[in-house]
Design a protein around this ligand. Structure first.
Ligand code: 2P0
Length: 320
């Protein structure tokens, strides 16, 4: 039987950077994200003992690069004695370009694989499995505003607010599409081992999480903007202070930040956030979206613009 799930990437407003257990891929800090609506990965899984080995197809092409991570994730969901799988993935946005494609991919994969075998695990179990594959993937299981907490020996995820309750928009300025200089998994370990700021980053995260939680609860845009920009710049300061330094920005990244600053000075409700890549994500109130999009599109070095609302979490869908 072929089972299909769909998941959307998420953008962290309070970031995950650093691991407390690399073997189980447990994060060193909690995080808060928003799940997007308009970007998505659709993942179909079909188990077939006659295949002999797993097959991964991404956007209609065989893909061997991601296959080992996909295999590991399927083993974690179903056990190593499982049948071979044909995994067919379709992504409607650029992959490996700092847009959290692994979050939507692994959220969709665990939901599809779980759906293929059985009665269905609850969100806590799915989060644990998705998080083992990619820390940010656990957040894509839920919709709207999502908090990932470190709880004892594991993680948990919950939606703090639905997308409908506070329908902000995200304008993504694509400034480069080349592969990252260093993947975030390795970069997090470099930061943990060498950045003099790493300890303070961990110490202060609870305060930023509390501020963001309160801002989301009150739908206080200015408060959320302030703590999200602060947390983003603090995470990048940890990266910049690592040896070797971890620098994901380019000159267009800085130009986009400047554009957002100028819009803010004109009273536009917008803030920026940047992940392990050079793209700038501008989060804004819906009425501000055309102006934010236009200003970022006109910024030097911006190659493309994507716009998304906020949406629901991962789930099974009818096979297409
Ligand atoms: C985040 N990032 O909270 C942070 C902000 C990038 C910067 O989660 O090693 O692909 O697979 O658990 O989830 C990107 O890292 O890392 C990430 P792994 P993941 O969104």
């Amino acid at each position: 039987m072929r089972v299909t799930a769909k998941a959307q990437p998420n953008i962290a407003l309070i970031k995950y950077w650093g691991k407390r257990d690399t073997r189980r891929n447990l994060p060193a800090v909690g995080s808060i994200s928003i799940t997007l609506a308009d970007l998505s990965t659709t993942m179909s899984v079909e188990f077939d003992a006659s295949l002999g080995d797993d097959i991964l197809i991404v956007n209609d092409r065989d893909n061997i690069d991601m296959l080992p991570r996909i295999k590991r994730c399927l083993d974690n969901v179903l056990g190593e004695g499982r049948q071979s799988a044909r995994v067919d993935s379709h992504c409607n946005f650029p992959i490996a370009a700092g847009l959290a494609s692994s979050a939507s991919a692994f959220a969709a994969l665990v939901v599809a694989a779980d759906g293929a075998v059985g009665p269905g695990r609850d969100t806590a179990e799915l989060a644990s499995l998705a998080g083992m594959a990619s820390g940010s993937a656990a957040r894509s299981l839920c919709g709207g505003y999502v908090e990932l907490q470190n709880c004892g020996a594991d993680i948990s995820v919950q939606s703090l607010r639905s997308a409908d309750e506070w329908p902000l928009k995200v304008v993504v300025a694509i400034t480069a599409t080349a592969p990252k200089p260093v993947g975030s998994t390795d970069a997090m370990e470099i930061s943990r081992k060498t950045s003099p700021f790493f300890g303070r980053w961990i110490d202060q995260q609870a305060e930023d999480l509390a501020d963001a939680r309160a801002a989301i609860g009150a739908r206080d845009f200015a408060k959320l903007a302030s703590v999200a920009e602060h947390n983003c710049l603090k995470m990048h300061s940890v990266m910049w202070g690592s040896r070797p330094p971890v620098i994901y920005w380019n000159s267009a990244t800085l130009a986009c930040m400047q554009t957002v600053r100028e819009l803010q000075s004109q009273g536009v409700a917008v803030f920026f956030t940047i992940d392990a890549g050079p793209q700038v994500k501008a989060v804004c109130e819906p009425a501000a979206e055309p102006r934010v999009r236009e200003a970022l599109a006109a910024t030097a070095g911006v190659e493309d613009i994507l716009v998304s609302g906020l949406g629901a979490g991962a789930g099974l869908i009818a096979d297409e």
